[in-house]
Design a protein around this ligand. Structure first.
Ligand code: VGL
Ligand code: ZN
Length: 201
């Protein structure tokens, strides 16, 4: 795709989501070559980068008596607790060395507020705090989005759902995504994306 109104959004292809990372997603590095190819065919590429301060409220280590993958109630709703990951400036937060980041025209960092997590490339988990990506895409006249990256059932799905809600024509290329799949979260995310009009390619 090379249409002027199309952008590729590459979600969180960072060391901590790849094998041996702190929140490793199975097969996470298998998608990188395909993403590089897709970027080389796309006029506008945006990368997102999960970017947490140490002691972030989404880390289980910040909650006494809690373990990774437990749930807590935050002021904005239920929140999964994660192992410490993607700490600002750490090797784990860096893009995977195989990703051709030279192609990126914009990098959106998210999850940097200590008190709120941010899965989506558009809004933090309170569903109201904007990352600024929508404004950027609007100014560039982008109407259609292709999304790939990690993880299918969290950051990719939340980004796709918000994108559809904002009126973009959204396609998720599932073969260039990998999932965490906590308690059926992948299947649930697929159903939600389809219901929202997201194309699963
Ligand atoms: C993600 C959990 C926590 C993701 C980020 O990129 O899907 N998942 N932070
Ligand atoms: Zn995170």
């Amino acid at each position: 795709m090379s249409a002027a109104n199309h952008a590729l959004i590459v979600i969180d292809v960072q060391n901590d989501f790849c094998p041996e990372g702190a929140l490793a997603v199975a097969g996470g590095s298998e998608i990188i070559a395909g993403i590089n190819t897709l970027m080389s065919e796309t006029a506008c590429t945006v990368l997102t980068q999960d970017w947490h301060p140490s002691g972030h409220s989404s880390f289980a280590s910040s909650h006494a008596g809690k373990a990774p993958f437990d749930m807590v109630e935050m002021p904005y709703g239920p929140q999964v607790l994660w192992p410490d990951h993607c700490v600002q400036g750490s090797e784990g937060a860096a893009f995977h060395a195989g990703l051709n980041t030279d192609r990126a025209q914009m990098i959106v960092r998210k999850g940097f507020r200590p008190e709120v997590d941010s899965y989506s490339a558009f809004f933090e988990n309170d569903k109201t705090t904007a990352t600024g990506l929508h404004g950027y895409l609007q100014e560039r006249g982008i109407k259609a989005l292709t999304m790939v990256g990690l993880a299918t059932d969290f950051c990719v799905a939340y980004s796709a759902l918000d994108g559809a809600r904002l009126g973009y024509d959204v396609t998720v290329v599932e073969s260039l995504c990998r999932a965490i799949d906590l308690d059926g979260s992948l299947q649930a995310a697929r159903v939600q994306m389809r219901e929202a009009g997201v194309t699963l390619a």
